[in-house]
Design a protein around this ligand. Structure first.
Ligand code: SIN
Length: 283
């Protein structure tokens, strides 16, 4: 196979592209450059049959900015840099079962994640992705102009802290999440960001971590945020990815949201997630 003969095909849905003819275990700088640019354009890249080792998984992240170790997720035994997204047959709650973008509570949010399927259920367990470029572009000029003057406040406290959404109501998330006392991040970001790779404008609020618009109360913010969440998750902005063992989704947090569908009770689903460092984001 020729080096750099990879091929990229749009998913056919509202976001993402499939990348074929590549072995991510032996990724080189030229291929990584092509993938980075495609990630900026498509928001999420999907790969099949990538049975890479943990070292190769970590090495892949080094091409895109290095590893960002998640504070809250349980990790793979003896490899704290790889988070485990695991649901066992006796659990009902899953991780990531709602629309969100990771790490928006950090002032320098992680660039994205490389999620590798190690064990998939016989059916279900798909992940939905949504396109924050098209979510922004399809708004009216009037609403775009309003949003471009706004910032929003994001936090980790209500999601990963002691009295968090995950911990309340006896959810059987088990020991998959922890380190509650480290959930002290608050960040302010523009509601419309300029994507650091593509230069395109993207909507940057999400229902998991965004609390309110800066200078507005939560009550005042809620109707407009709810409108944006409903708008951005419309089917025309989304794609539903079906996993198989060895599949990888590499998403960009600044251009997409994702949602882990929780429809496979009674079966194990085990994913390895390496999160990639990001950079400052602005208008
Ligand atoms: C996540 O939100 O990082 C997990 C996504 C998934 O398990 O599909």
């Amino acid at each position: 196979m020729l080096q750099n003969s990879l091929s990229i095909h749009p998913s056919g849905g509202g976001v993402g592209a499939f990348v074929d003819n590549i072995d991510l275990g032996t990724l080189d700088e030229t291929q990584a450059g092509t993938l980075k640019s495609a990630l900026g354009d498509y928001g999420v890249l999907f790969f099949r049959d990538q049975n890479i080792t943990t070292d190769q998984h970590l090495a892949m992240a080094e091409h895109f900015g290095g590893v960002n170790v998640n504070r809250f997720f349980a990790h793979v035994p003896e490899e704290p840099r790889i988070a485990e997204v695991r649901k066992e047959p006796d659990q009902k709650a899953n991780i990531g079962g709602g629309w969100h973008t990771d790490h928006s509570y950090d002032q320098i949010p992680a660039m994205g994640s490389i999620l590798l399927a190690r064990e998939t259920p016989p059916q279900g367990g798909d992940t939905l992705f949504a396109n924050m470029y098209s979510a922004y572009e399809s708004l009216s000029d009037g609403l775009k102009a309003t949003l471009e003057g706004l910032n929003a406040v994001h936090s980790s406290r209500h999601v990963f802290g002691r009295n968090s959404n995950y911990k309340r109501g006896g959810k059987d998330i088990g020991d998959r999440l922890g380190n509650e006392d480290a959930a002290q991040q608050d960040a302010v970001h523009p509601v419309v960001i300029r994507h650091p790779i593509s230069g395109k404008k993207a909507l940057y609020v999400n229902s998991a971590f965004t609390l309110h618009f800066e200078g507005w109360t939560a009550e005042e913010s809620k109707p407009l945020l709810d409108y944006l969440y409903a708008h951005a998750s419309r089917p025309e902005h989304t794609y539903r990815f079906q996993w198989a063992n060895g599949s990888i989704a590499f998403w960009d947090n600044r251009a997409t949201w994702h949602y882990a569908v929780n429809d496979y009770h009674g079966h194990r689903r085990l994913m390895h997630r390496v999160t990639v460092e990001g950079c400052e984001i602005g208008r």
